[in-house]
Ligand binder design. Structure first.
Ligand code: SAH
Ligand code: SF4
Ligand code: F3S
Length: 451
């Protein structure tokens, strides 16, 4: 029998990218091979996202193209994984005849079984959500590289009224701390330099009394030359202990993604975000005191039901107060099954679009100002490789997640830490010159704890 060749496309958030590596590991253990060429595959999988309608429309468009692959070769199995699989279930198979299997985020262990049945002509659906599945024992299938993702928890119990994630990912559960540390040890031995710990709400991580701050400290201890990042933090659960832990370890990046969603307390309440703007701004102030130089990014939704022009201005106002380094900005998209779906989607599409473009323009201006202020400073950069535009330049990132471009230097390559003096900036990128290889700071150099 010939070996099955699998082609996977991944959409949506980093959790999905991490899940694709788990899926590949499960399939690889069963002898499957992978291909980057869809025409050479006999198993085509799309790991999908449901967070906004346009995310789902993209997948439908893609399924339209993929139909051709199947019409050329009848012996190809097409599968939908991820959040759309969970949300739409059998409708996907009934409406899209090209789809052979539908497998949600907690059923990936059974994927090989579903693929076998599909080859035998039987369509399959596996969409049970689990209270315990964390794929704890599965080492994700990763190519060599510098940067890795690790899901440290799955699901979400927050039920923000606009959000489909609690329905597609199920209840919150945390992965075992020791298994995460072991995985990072292995990544360090393989030469990885950066790990991003992932969860919809990492601050509610809890493994037998170890909270997220404990996890961060344990992961930072593994290898001081390895940067540890994390996302996403919910403003309700970001503890002082966590802030002090970030301050304490130089390899815990001074970068917090802290979605605010809206600047209006009335809208925040309708969204069930469970904090006020006052609480949020206090938190930002406190973090800036405890972690000097910390940078923030956020998520913002424009045009949530009943949002007035004045409330939209409040969002712009919060952006000016916080001065985020970056933001992910979206138009509200009603999602069936969520609480907000029952509210009238009464902000007209054009108004949502205008508000969104005001939000984007303001953020660009702020990002540019922040980056311009860095001209003249020296930043520690982890080199990732050649810049996208030219092999005469190297590109890397600062701990605060900013892209830095500088002319190539003999002997400096991907995986090196270097100090770069910044001499030019745009809203998205810093440019500079190599100064020296950096002396990676140790824990004690950066000890900020005052108490
Ligand atoms: N768990 C993370 C991210 C969840 S999804 C968090 O709590 O922040 C990423 C972002 O998508 C959200 O922060 C929100 O800004 C946006 N989003 C989610 N549902 C949406 C919807 N129905 N319409 C528009 N944006 C949405
Ligand atoms: Fe969605 Fe809110 Fe959970 Fe984030 S915290 S995944 S926005 S329900
Ligand atoms: Fe999308 Fe699911 Fe992530 S809905 S944003 S892929 S958790």
């Amino acid at each position: 029998m010939s070996i099955n060749k699998v082609y996977i496309e991944t959409y949506g958030c980093q959790m999905n990218l991490a899940d694709t590596e788990v899926v590949k590991s499960i399939l690889n253990n069963k002898g499957y091979e992978f291909t980057e060429n869809i025409n050479k595959a006999n198993v085509v999988l799309l790991n999908t996202c449901s967070v906004r309608d346009n995310a789902e429309q993209r997948i439908y468009g893609r399924l339209g193209n993929i139909k051709n692959v199947k019409s050329k070769n009848d012996n190809v199995v097409i599968g939908i994984l991820g959040c759309m699989a969970e949300r739409l279930r059998k409708d996907l198979i009934e409406d899209k005849r090209v789809v052979d299997l539908v497998v949600g985020p907690d059923e990936y262990r059974r994927l090989p079984e579903f693929i076998d049945s599909a080859f035998a002509g039987e369509k399959g659906i596996g969409v049970k959500l689990s209270k315990t599945e964390t794929y704890d024992d599965i080492i994700p299938y990763r190519e060599e590289g510098l940067s890795a993702w690790i899901s440290v928890m799955r699901g979400c119990d927050k039920f923000c009224t606009f959000c489909v994630v609690p329905f597609t990912r199920g209840r919150e559960r945390s992965r075992n701390l020791d298994s995460i540390v072991r995985e990072i040890e292995q990544l360090s031995e393989r030469g990885f330099k950066e790990v991003t710990l992932l969860g919809q709400n990492v601050n509610s991580y809890n493994d037998n009394g170890n909270d997220f701050a404990d996890l961060l400290a344990a992961t930072a201890e593994v290898d001081k030359t390895m940067r540890i990042r994390f996302t996403t933090s919910h403003p309700q659960d970001l503890s002082d202990k966590l802030l002090y832990t970030i301050a304490e370890y130089s390899n815990l990046c001074n970068y917090i993604h802290l979605p605010v969603q809206s600047g209006s307390n009335r809208i925040l309440e309708l969204m069930n975000r469970t904090y006020t703007i006052e609480h949020y701004l206090n938190l930002i102030d406190k973090a800036r005191k405890i972690i000097p130089g910390v940078s923030f990014s956020t998520d913002i939704i424009s045009g949530f039901p009943t949002e007035t022009e004045e409330e939209h201005k409040m969002t712009l106002d919060v952006m000016k107060k916080v001065r985020y380094d970056g933001a992910y900005m979206f138009k509200y998209s009603p999602r069936e099954g969520t609480k907000a779906y029952r509210m009238k989607d009464d902000v007209p599409e054009e108004v949502k679009a205008i508000r969104l473009s005001e939000i984007i323009d303001l953020q660009q201006k702020i990002s540019y100002e922040i980056n311009r202020e860095l001209i003249g400073s020296t930043e520690e950069v982890l080199v990732e490789g050649f810049s996208r535009k030219s092999d005469d330049f190297l590109a890397g990132r600062t701990g605060t997640n900013k892209v830095v471009i500088f002319p190539i230097v003999e002997g400096v390559s991907a995986g090196d830490y270097v100090d770069v003096k910044i001499n030019r900036a745009t809203s998205a990128t810093l440019f500079g010159d190599f100064i020296q290889r950096s002396n990676i700071k140790t824990t004690t150099d950066k000890l900020q704890r005052t108490a």
